[in-house]
Design a binder for this molecule. Structure first.
Ligand code: PGA
Length: 249
């Protein structure tokens, strides 16, 4: 029903030369994957990644997009620019953007709508901090982040959206949410989408990934959970053998 999707999030890693080496090594290792395979790269690597993956099963994503069509936004990149490059996906609202670059639920929503309007597929990141989890606020935070991200998004667009549940305390820390915790938390997100739209769309269409220290060792257990439709992979996406083990879980 929901095709699994494993996406690499390279963050601020890899020059063009490193991209050439990594993608060339990766292509044969993931060619038989059952999951949809995506690599999200820095803007400067996108053209190279798109060129190298032409005719393969790897799709390319960006790590952010601005909400305006064009204009006086020094340093920003528009959806049109990404589409022209041949980019398919775009990560929106990653916790590092929320934490370090002033991303809010409202700017996430604006980016999501701008991406969809141009045919880019958003990977919308949501997730609670350790403080919020310990304070019993997980459901409150996820319902708010999800509801705001989907504001004014039509139900027909949901097939083009992926959600990534990334508990902030599990990102880059080596601490993974247990498979049960990840599954139960993703259920909260899915139930929220069911309330906003319909149970049918939430259950049949919307893919929700887990992200946060997902790696070759824990991928099988996480992917065996009924609510988990894939992964957003940071550290383990930077080495072709590791990423391919995750992709071919
Ligand atoms: P990590 O990063 O796999 O290195 O924890 C995941 C992410 O931030 O998307």
């Amino acid at each position: 029903m929901r095709t699994p999707i494993i996406a690499g999030n390279w963050k601020m890693n890899n020059t063009i030369a490193a991209t050439k080496a990594l993608v060339t090594e990766l292509i044969p290792l993931v060619k038989d994957a059952k999951a949809e395979v995506v690599i999200c790269t820095p803007y400067t690597d996108l053209a190279t990644a798109v060129e190298l993956t032409k005719g393969t099963n790897i799709k390319v994503g960006a790590e952010n997009v601005h909400w305006a069509e064009k204009g006086a936004f020094t340093g920003e990149i528009s959806a049109d620019m990404l589409v022209e490059l041949g980019v398919t996906y775009v990560i929106i609202g990653h916790s590092e953007r929320r934490q370090y670059f002033g991303e809010t639920d409202q700017t996430v929503n604006a980016r999501v709508k701008a991406a969809l309007a141009k045919g880019l597929k958003p990977i919308i990141c949501v997730g609670e901090t350790l403080e919020e989890r310990e304070g019993g606020k997980v459901a409150e935070v996820l319902v708010r982040q999800t509801t705001e991200a989907f504001k004014d998004v039509a139900e027909a667009e949901l097939q083009n959206i992926v959600v990534a549940y990334e508990p902030v305390w599990a990102i880059g820390t080596g601490k993974t949410a247990t498979a049960e915790v990840a599954n139960d938390t993703i259920k909260i997100i899915r139930d929220t989408i069911a309330k906003l739209y319909s149970k049918k769309t939430a259950e049949e269409i919307v893919r929700i990934q887990y992200g946060g220290s997902m790696n070759p060792k824990n991928v099988k257990e996480l992917m065996a959970m009924p609510e988990i439709d894939g992964g957003l992979i940071g550290g383990a996406s930077l080495k072709a053998p590791d990423f391919s083990l995750v992709v071919n879980y």
